[in-house]
Design a protein around this ligand. Structure first.
Ligand code: AMP
Length: 187
């Protein structure tokens, strides 16, 4: 399957994406993780992204889209993938549609993970990431509302909205059910 997972920071996207990818045997393609890996390895790409990430701002589309194109061209993504953190704007979504169409691909579904603001804030304060400063958190939340939330309408009936509040396994089960997959792991 070719999937996206979207939702505000702190909704649990990373955790749920990892579980879903394990279940479906598809790669988890997180643009935030790819940027962080590049920063860790001090690559040219990492150096270009760092300032934007520290501020909670979007890395320019040209940089981000090249990185996604490279990743989705890897053999392990040939039969499916779950994109996490991309697209974050309708411009990125349009680019993705064209990129996928060029390969004869399209998205099967978009998982939208939701949670109330209090839960989001609490989870973010607990994760201790380098770019989780109050200013960067506020900027990311504002960008989510203005730039990313419009993707929900953009993807229309491909969106599967899932309540992200609850035990990790329970939320996972909701996602699997929402995608109509039926789970073998209902623990
Ligand atoms: P995340 O791990 O998804 O919260 O992403 C961390 C940071 O990486 C973001 O605050 C942005 O600076 C950058 N980033 C991740 N994905 C994108 C994207 N699709 N477009 C632009 N910047 C991104």
């Amino acid at each position: 399957m070719r999937l996206l997972i979207i939702g505000p920071q702190g909704a649990g996207k990373g955790t749920q994406a990892a579980l879903l990818c394990e279940e479906l045997s598809i790669p988890h393609v997180s643009t935030g993780d790819l940027f962080r890996a590049n920063i860790g390895e001090d690559t040219e790409l990492g150096r270009r992204a760092q300032g934007y990430m520290d501020a909670g701002e979007l890395v320019p589309d040209s940089v981000t889209q090249d990185m996604v194109a490279d990743r989705l061209a890897q053999p392990d993504a040939a039969d499916g993938f779950l994109l996490d953190g991309f697209p974050r704007t309708t411009a990125q979504a349009d680019w993705l549609t064209d990129f996928l169409a060029g390969r004869g691909w399209s998205l099967d579904a978009v998982v939208l993970l939701t949670a109330p603001d209090e839960v989001l804030t609490e989870r973010m304060l607990g994760r201790g990431r380098a770019d989780d400063t109050p200013a960067a958190i506020a900027t990311r939340l504002e960008l989510y509302r203005s730039e990313t939330a419009p993707l929900i309408d953009h993807y229309g009936d491909r969106v599967v909205a899932v309540d992200g509040v609850g035990e990790i396994a329970e939320v996972h089960r909701r996602i699997v059910d929402g995608l109509g997959l039926g789970s073998t792991r209902r623990g």
